[in-house]
Design a protein around this ligand. Structure first.
Ligand SMILES: C[S@@+](CC[C@H](N)C(=O)[O-])C[C@H]1O[C@@H](n2cnc3c(N)ncnc32)[C@H](O)[C@@H]1O
Length: 234
């Protein structure tokens, strides 16, 4: 059964700031009620990383850690970064239960201002919507990919079609078009490897179903062959 990663909160007509308070309010009640079980990884992370050699990875806006933990299970050395203390506390508990603590590091930070001081072989982000624009966020985190590394972006598709948008539960500013993201990686030094849209039905932990309109972009940063930054004195 596929799952829904906590998409029920945002009211599409509610123009709140996606700041730390918003996300903490989103995650804290779920953490208190221990609502996040061992939900499966998003299908795109599995599909889009299966041909990559595990090295170092960042999950930007990791929430309660499903994708970070899944990547660690595949052999990646993962940093999961999020602005929410509660989400990370849940992620940390799940990682301990999975016995993967030597492969995972959790960082509580605002990714729109963070200067990590290092880069990763793989940077993934799934449905993260910060207070900045989506494109500014994607451009920022793509700057943290080593030469030869990969960025994978999964976002909420802005179908620019009111009928389709009516099926989303996401505010317009959290949505993106495929062409806008793809244009970011038309820049020199990047090769677009995946650029697609998809519609899927997901089931939330409470059994409710939602149709998600997704955009999936994977791009490779030109440069040397993929190398592990673990070997570079990190
Ligand atoms: C919709 S949730 C997605 C969580 C997870 N990636 C998933 O797919 O289930 C968006 C996540 O982005 C995080 N986030 C939003 N703005 C952020 C920021 N400025 N810095 C770090 N994390 C942020 C939120 O706390 C939240 O966990």
């Amino acid at each position: 059964m596929e799952h829904q990663h906590e998409h029920e909160s945002p009211d599409p007509h509610d123009h709140h700031a996606f700041d730390r308070d918003y996300w903490e309010e989103h995650w804290a009640p779920k953490a208190r009620r221990n609502m996040q079980g061992d939900v499966p990884v998003h299908p795109y992370v599995e599909e889009e990383t299966r041909d990559l050699e595990p090295a170092t990875a960042l999950d930007a806006g990791c929430g309660t850690g499903s994708e970070a933990i899944w990547l660690a299970r595949q052999g990646w050395q993962v940093t999961g970064a999020d602005i929410s203390t509660s989400a990370l506390a849940t992620a940390h508990n799940r990682e301990r239960e999975a016995g993967l603590d030597d492969r995972l590091t959790w960082v509580e930070t605002d990714l729109t201002t963070w200067d990590p001081g290092l880069r990763w072989d793989l940077v993934v982000t799934n449905y993260a919507h910060p207070a900045t624009t989506q494109l500014a966020f994607y451009q920022r985190i793509a700057g943290w990919v080593v030469p030869g590394g990969t960025v994978l972006i999964v976002g909420h598709l802005d179908a620019q079609d009111d009928a389709a948008v009516g099926t989303h539960e996401h505010p317009r500013e959290a949505m993106v078009t495929l062409s806008d993201i793809a244009a970011l990686f038309a820049a020199p030094g990047w090769t677009l490897q995946t650029a697609r849209e998809n519609v899927r039905r997901v089931t939330a932990p409470d059994g409710s179903e939602t149709v998600l309109h997704d955009v999936i972009v994977r791009a490779r940063h030109a440069g040397e062959e993929l190398r592990s930054t673990r070997d570079a004195g990190r």
